[in-house]
Design a protein around this ligand. Structure first.
Ligand code: ADP
Length: 216
């Protein structure tokens, strides 16, 4: 509730100021409406994430399993976050043994997982850094490794990283539009596919997430 109260109090503050005469002040009226609008977006984002988590936890979210090419999906996501990467001049490299690696997963949910881990690598990446996606397949599964050379995470935080609302640096995360729900959703989705995800990190050096996906 604390996470929701922050944007609500912000919206209340902007509206009160507008009611108290700010509405007639061209210096602030549009600006305050825009800020209130941003806080509404943030609330919607939090509620959407919470809805996903509660569906995943209660098991009401059923997976829609399809066979498709994971390499293509990764390139597709990268092309959509390229602008974000170019702002920090971060290079995203994909390493794969073949350009066709088939997985049997819920395409939409795995897209959420990949987008989340990749955008985190940019959000918490350093300028001129690098994000690497590595895919390796064996008989039964595909192992995906996403690593960055960004700010890293102190080891004391790692055991709680996948908990909902857990953020290492609240200020930085909020600044980046984060809710602290992303990794908890990621873990739920991977586990719903009966697979695992783990994290390793070196503070100041970078972070690596490794997870598996089932093959058809
Ligand atoms: P948020 O919405 O805050 O990004 P997440 O659940 O996605 O929430 O991540 C939880 C926390 O883990 C983040 O606040 C951040 O501190 C840390 N984190 C996640 N990914 C990385 C990464 N690639 N490098 C460094 N820190 C990370």
């Amino acid at each position: 509730s604390h996470e929701l109260k922050t944007p609500i109090f912000n919206i209340q503050g902007y509206i009160s100021t507008l009611i108290d005469g700010g509405i007639n002040d061209p210096k602030i009226n549009i600006d305050y409406l825009k800020r209130a609008d941003k806080s509404v977006d943030r609330m919607i984002h939090i509620i959407d994430d919470l809805e996903t988590i509660s569906q995943l936890e209660s098991g009401t979210l059923s997976l829609d399993i399809e066979n498709y090419n994971l390499v293509e999906q990764i390139h597709d996501i990268i092309s959509q976050i390229e602008i974000m990467a170019s702002k920090k001049n971060i290079k995203i490299t994909v390493k794969t043994s073949s350009d066709k690696i088939k997985v049997a997963t819920d395409r939409f949910r795995i897209r959420q997982v990949l987008a989340n881990l990749l955008t985190n690598s940019l959000k918490y990446g350093k300028d001129n850094g690098e994000t690497t996606v590595n895919m390796q397949e064996d008989k039964e599964r595909v192992t995906i490794t996403i690593s960055d050379n960004g700010i890293g995470i102190e080891s004391k935080h790692l055991p709680r990283l996948f908990e909902r609302f857990y953020r290492v640096d609240k200020g930085r995360s909020r600044e980046q539009g984060g809710t602290g729900l992303g990794l908890s959703i990621v873990k739920h989705i991977i586990e719903a596919h009966n697979q695992n995800i783990s994290v390793s990190s070196e503070f100041g050096k970078g972070t690596t997430f490794v997870f598996t996906l089932p093959k058809p």
